[in-house]
Design a protein around this ligand. Structure first.
Ligand code: URA
Length: 206
């Protein structure tokens, strides 16, 4: 399937952008999913958080970060001292990529082509929201914005210039914390390091 060139750019408003994104067919992922999961939150926010892609629950509800990883993120945002309603939350890819197994849809990491196809929406969100800081949660988000593979554990926690007006910061994806082996102390330490990254992003933004 060929990727259609962008018809309307720049989008006049965030609402218009969302409306267009909801019927996106720029890659194959739209054909097997229930919903397009667009970004949500405060469209005037100085901080934008970018995840990878919706999960099973997000695909059902049509909202980002409402499943297990989203709950960890929402709690971490609270621990960092603010609320998710204060910021703008989105994903690099707006459709759930999965492998169907009996009784379950298993997350599959989006490939470069899917990330590239969907970066049109992400870049337009960034242009409309004009955040001061973009916090990338995990490798797919970082790859989508930096256009190169990123080693999250090497590059996390160090603010950098994403564009002349925007500070970039990379941290782990909350699902990394969920997947960690069952060592309570290490999990707790990793969780609070994640909270520190969110706090740093927020402090740079406000
Ligand atoms: N993981 C993500 O990266 N985004 C979501 O919206 C949910 C889970």
């Amino acid at each position: 399937k060929t990727i259609e060139p962008l018809v309307t750019t720049p989008y006049p408003t965030w609402e218009k952008l969302k409306e267009q994104a909801l019927s996106c067919q720029r890659c194959q992922l739209c054909y097997n999913t229930q919903k397009t999961v667009f970004g949500e939150g405060n469209t005037q926010a100085p901080l934008m958080l970018v995840g990878e892609q919706p999960g099973d629950q997000e695909d059902i509800e049509g909202r980002p970060f409402v499943g297990p990883a989203g709950k960890v993120l929402t709690q971490a945002i609270k621990h960092a001292g603010f609320e998710r309603e204060n910021i703008y939350l989105t994903n690099a890819v707006k459709h759930f990529k999965f492998k169907q197994i009996p009784n379950r849809r298993l997350h599959v990491t989006p490939n470069d082509e899917e990330i590239h196809a969907c970066s049109l929406w992400l870049e337009a969100e960034k242009a409309l929201i004009q955040p001061k800081v973009v916090l990338m949660l995990g490798g797919s988000a970082a790859k989508a914005l930096l256009k190169r593979p990123v080693s999250v554990l090497k590059e996390r926690s160090n603010p950098f210039t994403l564009s002349p007006e925007i500070i970039g910061l990379i941290t782990v994806h909350p699902s990394y914390l969920l997947r960690m082996e069952d060592n309570k102390d290490r999990k707790r330490e990793a969780y609070f390091k994640f909270v520190e990254d969110i706090k740093q992003a927020y402090q740079l933004a406000v």
